[in-house]
Design a protein around this ligand. Structure first.
Ligand code: SF4
Ligand code: MG
Length: 314
């Protein structure tokens, strides 16, 4: 039903001038309320761009962004401003985005006061509550970012995002910079926050181990296109696309020491000159003549499981 679906990002890159790089091309992504969608692919596949499009940090050359069925760009300015708060992004390295000269109470408390969500007089109490929620001692609110560990800084970044009462969090490699044991703790925090605050996540990661831990549904991107999408259990049990199968065959788990991400034989081609037909054909062990000329479209291969591969036609 339409009311159960938040359509946040819908981008079509058709009819483009030849010189423009389309990091995301003819992609449609629906995120349902309360869902954790894991968006996976190698560096340069367009997943960060898609995440930035979803929250409005990256302009669409064509296509629309919708929220509960309404076109965001056609909404009145006030509603658009409110939606900018409702969709928050969390980045890989919170340290880079935490102002080193500000104390944590300003970093976390500034935006909600500026946007009128919290009266200035209540800022300290509000910040203390948020720090507690993300597992930090409220007594640390007077400290500066450099006085915290990587895991603590990740929690500060999360508290800052939560401060404006978002509904959708787009997490771009949010735990990638952390040690494996800390990663698990922060992922557990994300899961707890989802339950407590009724959040929805688009969780972008190159790491299938991370996504397996957190996602309800997994979307696999390759060179700007979605090649497979399925409920997480289904995807891990019955991967369909040759690229996904390659990723799974070599995915490090959370317990295993991180290895360089080299999941599939061969290098990823430049997005500037993507291969014809199926973008994956130069690296695919099953490539057929048809794959060089014809782009495979997403097709439902099992309930709610979509894959874009010509092998599904035979
Ligand atoms: Fe491989 Fe062809 Fe399927 Fe692409 S369409 S993944 S090249 S078999
Ligand atoms: Mg990226």
């Amino acid at each position: 039903p339409a009311d159960a679906i938040d359509r946040v990002a819908r981008a079509f890159g058709a009819g483009k001038p030849a010189e423009v790089v389309h990091a995301v091309d003819r992609v449609s992504l629906d995120i349902r309320r309360g869902e954790v969608v894991g968006l996976v692919g190698e560096s340069g596949c367009g997943k960060s761009t898609l995440g930035r499009m979803a929250v409005g940090l990256h302009t669409l050359s064509s296509g629309t962004r919708q929220w509960q069925g309404d076109d965001i760009d056609a909404m009145p300015a006030a509603r658009q401003r409110a939606l900018r708060l409702a969709m928050q992004m969390i980045f890989q390295d919170p340290y880079a985005s935490l102002n080193p000269r500000l104390r944590v109470d300003a970093i976390v408390g500034e935006a909600p006061v500026a946007h009128g969500l919290v009266p200035r007089a209540q800022r300290s109490d509000y910040v203390a509550e948020l720090l507690q929620r993300v597992g930090l001692d409220p007594a640390l609110a007077r400290r500066f970012p450099h006085q915290f560990s990587g895991g603590q800084r990740a929690r500060i970044g999360i508290a800052r995002a939560l401060a404006v009462k978002p509904e959708l969090l787009v997490c771009d490699e949010a735990v990638a910079a952390l040690d494996v044991s800390i990663q698990a703790q922060v992922l557990n925090l994300f899961m707890r926050l989802r339950d407590e605050l009724d959040l929805t996540y688009l969780f972008i990661s190159h790491d299938l181990g991370v996504v397996r831990h957190i996602a309800d549904r997994v979307v696999i991107m390759y060179l700007g296109r979605i090649v497979e999408s399925a409920p997480a259990d289904e995807l891990f049990a019955h991967p369909n696309h040759p690229y996904t199968i390659g990723l799974l065959a070599s995915a490090p788990t959370l317990e295993v020491k991180k290895i360089a991400f080299q999941p599939v034989a061969g290098e990823m081609p430049s997005p500037l000159h993507p291969p014809s037909g199926c973008h994956f054909h130069p690296r695919c062990p099953h490539a057929m003549p048809r794959c060089r000329v014809e782009q495979p479209l997403l097709k439902e291969v099992a309930p709610q499981h979509f894959s874009a591969c010509h092998l599904n036609d035979s």
